[in-house]
Design a protein around this ligand. Sequence first.
Ligand SMILES: O=C(O)CCC(=O)C(=O)O
Length: 273
Amino acid sequence: MSTTLDDPALAAHQANLDRDGYTIVRDAFDVDTAAALHTDVRRLETLLQIGPGTNGFEGRATHRVYNLLAHGELYQQIPVHPVVLPLMRHLMGDSPLVSSLSSITIGPGETAQPIHADDQVMPLTKPHRALTANSMWAITDFTEANGATRIIPGSHLLDHSPVYGQHYDSICAEMTAGSILVWHGSLWHGGGANVTDQRRMGIAMNYCAGWIRQQENQQLGLPLGLVGTFSPELQELCGFGVYKGLIGHIDRRTPAQALFETEADHRMLWDRT
Ligand SMILES: O=C(O)CCC(=O)C(=O)O
């Protein structure tokens, strides 16, 4: 499905993230995967009777399907993408978590989303290292006209977050289907206006550091029987592991061990002292 980055390419993307707060990985997944995801998101919109958003942030001509891991095996390849995960580890350190996984389909007539930073609800002095980081999978082409994500390069280094509703000059992250935009959680950005008659479909794969709370509650949102079928890597990404042998344990075991009686090698931090 996807490629991996060689060392020079990885270093270039890491440098982009450090300097600009974002990078675009082009041709990160193939057209068949994009087509399959497109078809399935449409299926879910119908099945779940998803209507357009009803507020200025989620949009009024934008359809979002949340908690995608609960809705089919197809979505399990997204959090573990071999190109994106090293970039997430670069930004947030080892053991990042799935924070949320949702489709964002910006329909014709949608106006620009207010510029925001994904971490602006977190009461911390800025700038700080990434606590959250996001990625946007382009399922259709993203163009300036159809609502490609708008970004303000370098804004992740500022000492404050944007004022909600204020206008800021931004640039447009245009990319073809199969590309992934990755950004630092402090980067100022927002969905663009769609002045075409076509839908712009993206899948937002949002991660957070392994020691903070996930935006979508994966432990309640995913049926445990389903989580039991996930790969150990995906279980850990969803919060069924223990961060650094300490945070999230149950009676000295990982949640996955406690729930599924798995034999995975796990030692508490204390055992290493
Ligand atoms: O749809 C987009 O391009 C960005 C959406 C976004 O930033 C959000 O909903 O938080």
